[in-house]
Write a protein that binds this ligand. Structure first.
Ligand code: ADP
Ligand code: F6P
Length: 324
């Protein structure tokens, strides 16, 4: 029989994402509503190893749902990748009476959660990343906000780019995944969309597109480039030299990871936070919460990490048909 749960911990790990605070708030308030005690673990696994652990009450999470970032802080912790680090983490949990943990982060953070689970601490992962690059879920906390932030910024660049009849390369986040680039490419009506999963490095094709579009009378040419491809500044120099059209690069960078979460990120993060507490109370461990085909679901972490997801072929085709 599952051990009765009395105290749970919550931590955020890896890159922060808007909506993480909504998830923390939901974990804390749901747990308290169900008679549990809650501890906040600061700065991810690093804070766990440093015993930066605080008691959390319902009021500790007042007035945070609308804030970007994470009130608990986040970190990358190399020590936690070692067996000794993980053992120390589990012992610290036991010392503080923590018998379950909700880990909000990405794939790397799930590996840490898996290790804790193997060491007897019930763990549940929530998908927190702006990159949408977690295979077991169609939704990740922060993506919606990040895409909206990038979209608004790109609209602004497009205004000035058109006025000067320039070409603009706008680099959006996504080290390994092109979801932000794909969505912005479509939502901003870009002329070229470069995704790490698809780009064939045929720069001549882009140059031809720019020249043709200019001949057709287009005053702007927006290229959305994913961070995973990068090199936007040198690409701009080469395109300007080849086309004779002034070309500028704008790298949006970290502004995409901050800011007040959208309603969708606040809402889904809230549901997922409650869902995590509910399945902990059912005695589940080593699970990750996802959103698939209109439903909130949970998977075994190992199974989730083995899943693969790529850019949807049809959606990619649409992006190509529309970017003329
Ligand atoms: P994300 O969770 O966003 O994928 P990272 O890959 O940087 O971000 O992972 C966040 C943290 O999770 C790491 O700094 C480390 O503390 C922990 N982690 C990552 N990989 C492992 C692993 N293989 N075993 C244990 N902990 C890990
Ligand atoms: O949060 C995801 C992400 O924004 C990636 O797109 C990016 O490559 C990475 O984080 C950069 O994070 P950091 O500079 O904090 O390591």
């Amino acid at each position: 029989m599952a051990k009765e749960l009395k105290t749970i911990g919550v931590l955020t790990s890896g890159g922060d994402a808007p909506g993480m605070n909504a998830a923390i708030r939901s974990v804390v308030r749901t747990a308290i509503a169900k008679g549990l005690k809650v501890k906040g673990i600061k700065k991810g696994y690093q804070g766990l190893l440093n015993e930066e652990i605080i008691d959390m009450e319902a009021r500790s999470v007042s007035d945070i749902i609308q804030r970007g970032g994470t009130i608990l802080g986040t970190a990358r912790c190399l020590e936690f990748k070692t067996a000794e680090g993980q053992k120390k983490g589990a012992e610290i949990c036991k010392k503080h009476g923590i018998d379950g943990i909700v880990v909000i982060g990405g794939d790397g953070s799930y590996r840490g959660a898996q290790a804790l689970s193997r060491l007897g601490i019930n763990t549940i992962g929530l998908p927190g990343t702006i990159d949408l690059d977690i295979s077991c879920t169609e939704y990740t906390i922060g993506f919606d906000t990040a895409v909206n932030t990038a979209m608004e910024a790109i609209d602004k660049v497009k205004d000035t780019s058109s006025s000067h009849e320039r070409c603009s390369i706008i680099e959006v986040m996504g080290r390994n995944a092109g979801y932000i680039a794909l969505w912005c490419g479509v939502a901003n009506g870009a002329e070229d969309i470069l995704l790490p999963e698809k780009y064939d490095f045929n720069e001549q094709q882009i140059i031809n597109n720019i020249i043709q579009n200019r001949k057709r009378g287009k005053t702007h040419h927006i290229i959305i480039n994913a961070e995973g491809i990068g090199h936007s500044t040198s690409m701009a120099r080469r395109i300007e030299a080849a086309t004779g059209i002034e070309t500028r690069a704008t790298i949006l960078g970290y502004m995409q990871r901050g800011g007040s979460p959208t309603a969708k990120d606040r809402y889904y993060a809230s549901i997922m936070g409650s869902y995590a507490v509910d399945i902990l109370l059912k005695g589940k461990t080593n699970r990750v919460v996802g959103y698939q085909h209109g439903e909130f679901v949970d998977y075994d972490i190992e199974e989730a990490l083995q899943m693969e997801k790529g850019i949807d072929e049809y959606q990619y085709q649409v992006s190509q048909w529309l970017s003329v």
